[in-house]
Design a protein around this ligand. Structure first.
Ligand code: GPP
Ligand code: MG
Length: 292
């Protein structure tokens, strides 16, 4: 067998099973978009996020001396992203130090690190990007939480983790990369009875018909496939995950995107987000479900 073929077979039996998954992994291993908006914000306190922000933005950072403006913007955007992760953690239920959690699509590990710091519990994060896994493990060591937060090259659709082993699972803006039916079947298998699944995601609004041009532009920017709102609830119900809370975070995330248009780190995706949130074709949702 040639080396190339051997490699392909090995990958098909392992973490990456489809051409789509390999393309997503390649994107995050070698981000073709300007990634400074994630890196520079993470440098503020060592917590590296791959999601957006919520809450009232302090637009006064745009005033005052031009000299420190960019730094003030970076700190404020980072504060809003950390607020988003805190809201997600607020919804995981009663997490105790002996519990084991799963961060499905962990990125550079920010939300997992915050979870171990808050609850003293164990978190496993999986990502199909080896670059992200390596970054997250190194950063956990820098922050002194490497014994609690562990990151693995793994696929949320088939984690290989033990059934019923998780008190909580979350996806922080990662479900647009997977078939949610498949993902929720795996989460349902992994959760202990009464355990929680928390999802923060952007969803296309069914009431608006098919995906708007702006939502399609967001898909194209990240190489993802944004789902309809209804698909989430159908897939939860089909897998014994019973919603207990749904919050439309759209109004809470708009200030983040408005502020982000002012930084030199803006990537061009800001206007599609703002226009689709404002015309109602796209919604930023928190969904909390319990395992029956
Ligand atoms: C990435 O955040 C999040 C996604 C790629 C998923 C898409 C999310 C939706 C709600 C549609 P990031 O922090 O890596 O993106 P950016 O580089 O733009 O900050
Ligand atoms: Mg970002």
């Amino acid at each position: 067998m040639t080396a190339v073929l051997e490699n392909a077979v090995q990958q098909d039996n392992g973490v990456l099973r489809t051409a789509y998954q390999r393309s997503v992994a390649a994107y995050w291993n070698d981000n073709p978009n300007d990634d400074r908006v994630n890196y520079k914000l993470g440098e503020v306190d060592g917590i590296f996020h791959h999601h957006y922000g919520i809450g009232a933005a302090d637009f006064s950072v745009l005033e005052g001396p031009e000299a420190g403006k960019e730094d003030r913007l970076i700190r404020e955007l980072h504060r809003l992203e950390t607020a988003q992760a805190n809201l997600l953690l607020d919804n995981l239920g009663d997490i105790r130090p002996e519990h084991r959690l799963l961060d499905a699509g962990c990125g550079r590990g920010g939300t997992s690190v915050m979870a171990t710091q808050r609850f003293g519990c164990h978190v496993d994060g999986v990502s199909i990007s080896e670059y992200q896994v390596d970054f997250a493990n190194k950063q956990a060591a820098v922050l002194g939480v490497e014994d609690k937060a562990k990151f693995h090259f793994g696929n949320m659709l088939h984690t290989g983790l033990e059934s019923g082993s998780r008190q909580a699972i979350w996806t922080n803006e990662t479900t647009m990369y997977v078939d949610v039916e498949e993902a929720f079947a795996e989460f349902s298998r992994l959760l202990a009875p009464g355990g929680r699944y928390v999802n923060i995601t952007g969803a296309a609004n069914d009431l608006n018909g098919m995906k708007s041009r702006a939502v399609t532009a967001i898909d194209a920017h990240y190489g993802c496939n944004i789902h309809l709102r209804s698909e989430y609830f159908a897939a939860l119900a089909a897998n014994g995950l019973i919603p207990i809370k749904v919050i439309d975070l759209t109004p809470d995330t708009i200030p983040y995107w408005e502020l982000r248009t002012h930084t030199e780190l803006a990537t061009g995706v800001e206007n599609p987000f703002l226009s689709s949130y404002k015309d109602g074709s796209f919604q930023y949702l928190l969904i909390v479900a319990e395992k029956a």
